[in-house]
Design a protein around this ligand. Structure first.
Ligand code: NAG
Ligand code: NAG
Length: 370
């Protein structure tokens, strides 16, 4: 058992080292022909150029795992800042546990304002408790003007968004006035993807002529079918990327009966699923069940793999999250290895039910119950 843990750590360390910084000259223009209206009606292969294009979103997402002191006053947090050297962060905050970190700034290369949010640090109990607070709540009409009465969302997610909603909204409006940019790029990984999604809707409600472009990574479900419908009807350009057999995108489950209460969750449109063999598919609809789409490949979170939540994401084999691997230097420092080790141990524990011997033992015990 110890040698296998050791191998895990080695594998993680090796993959950090392999995540060579992609050259900024590789950043390519968004392929114009790719489904910006989320209007595809059948499973469609995603062009490779699209993966190259969304790399910048991934870099912004990974930057949120750096402490704010590496964002401001100097944009200096390893791979993301080296590859997006012209980005100008203007606001960064959060602490990574009770308040998710966020970055707002402007990016002259793409004449866009950028908003990025941090995901759950699996070593932070507070952030994990946020994820588990799934009973439904309404969205505040002050933050989401005109939100229909029947829209319900995960309570922990709504609270986490509310924590920084006014600051982010104010900063985007300020930057828009100062720069004249009409585009906003919004991104985040995991819980950060949830916050990016809610912020996309918030900006759409407050500044309807703003052009939002959102790409999230490994995002869980956020709200009920009324939420998904309202979002899909109001937001144009939204993509949520799911990697391999990541278990987080199938959480919370579609239906939860809890005590006397019953909660429904449904994903918004815009799924992009990256298969293990490298094929990348765009899936139509919400929680689309066709083979190759996430909801069919990972039919429950028990058949998912928590290690896939972190990456490595194509096209640059970047890992996101767990506040390590955000820079090669960090990954190589012993502190980062300790944190990585903690996460690997967690991943290994989650992997246990999939181990054939443990599975055999569970089946053997189950055999005693009708
Ligand atoms: C939302 O955040 C504000 C502070 O920004 C706070 O006063 C308010 O109580 C929060 N609302 C909820 C429902 O958490
Ligand atoms: C990848 O796997 C999918 C589903 O199993 C299959 O349809 C596709 O042809 C494969 N692609 C390659 C390049 O092997």
């Amino acid at each position: 058992m110890l040698p296998s843990l050791f191998l895990y750590v080695l594998a993680f360390a090796a993959s950090c080292a392999l995540a060579a910084p992609p050259k900024s000259s590789r950043r390519s223009k968004e392929p114009q022909y790719f489904d910006q209206e989320n209007a595809i009606t059948s499973v469609t292969e995603v062009p490779k150029e699209y993966l190259d294009w969304y790399l910048s979103f991934m870099l912004f997402s990974s930057a949120t795992y750096c402490p704010s002191s590496m964002i401001l006053p100097k944009w200096d947090c390893g791979i993301p800042s080296r590859n997006l050297p012209t980005f100008v962060p203007t606001k960064a905050g959060g602490d990574g546990s009770s308040v998710q970190r966020y970055i707002v700034g402007h990016w002259p290369d793409e004449t866009a304002v950028v908003v990025a949010y941090q995901g759950t640090d699996p070593t932070s109990l507070e952030a994990i408790l946020t994820d588990l607070n799934f009973p439904h709540t309404t969205l505040s009409p002050e933050i989401f003007p005109g939100i229909p009465d029947d829209v319900r969302v995960h309570r922990g997610f709504a609270r986490a968004h509310n924590n920084t909603a006014r600051i982010v909204l104010g900063e985007v409006q300020r930057l828009r006035a100062v720069t004249g940019y009409t585009k906003v790029y919004i991104t985040g990984h995991s819980l950060g993807g949830v916050l990016a999604t809610l912020t996309t809707l918030m900006l759409q409600r407050h500044v309807p002529d703003l052009q939002t472009k959102t790409v999230t990574f490994g995002m869980p479900r956020i709200g009920n079918p009324a939420f998904a419908k309202f979002f899909d009807n109001n937001v144009r350009d939204f993509k949520r990327v799911n990697l391999y057999r990541d278990m987080i995108p199938v959480l919370p489950p579609r239906n939860i009966a809890f005590g006397d209460s019953y909660y429904e969750f449904l994903h918004t449109k815009g799924e992009i699923h990256i298969l293990k063999n490298g094929t990348t598919l765009a899936c139509p609809g919400n929680d689309h069940k066709e083979p190759g789409c996430h909801a069919s490949d990972v039919d429950s979170f028990l058949s998912g793999n928590p290690a896939d939540h972190l990456g490595p994401y194509p096209p640059a084999r970047l890992r996101l999250g767990a506040d390590f691997c955000q820079s090669i230097e960090e990954a190589q420092s012993s502190a980062a290895h300790v944190k990585g080790f903690k996460y690997d141990a967690l991943a290994w524990l989650f992997e246990l039910p999939r181990n054939k011997y443990v599975k055999g033992a569970i089946d053997w015990v189950k055999g005693f119950f009708p």
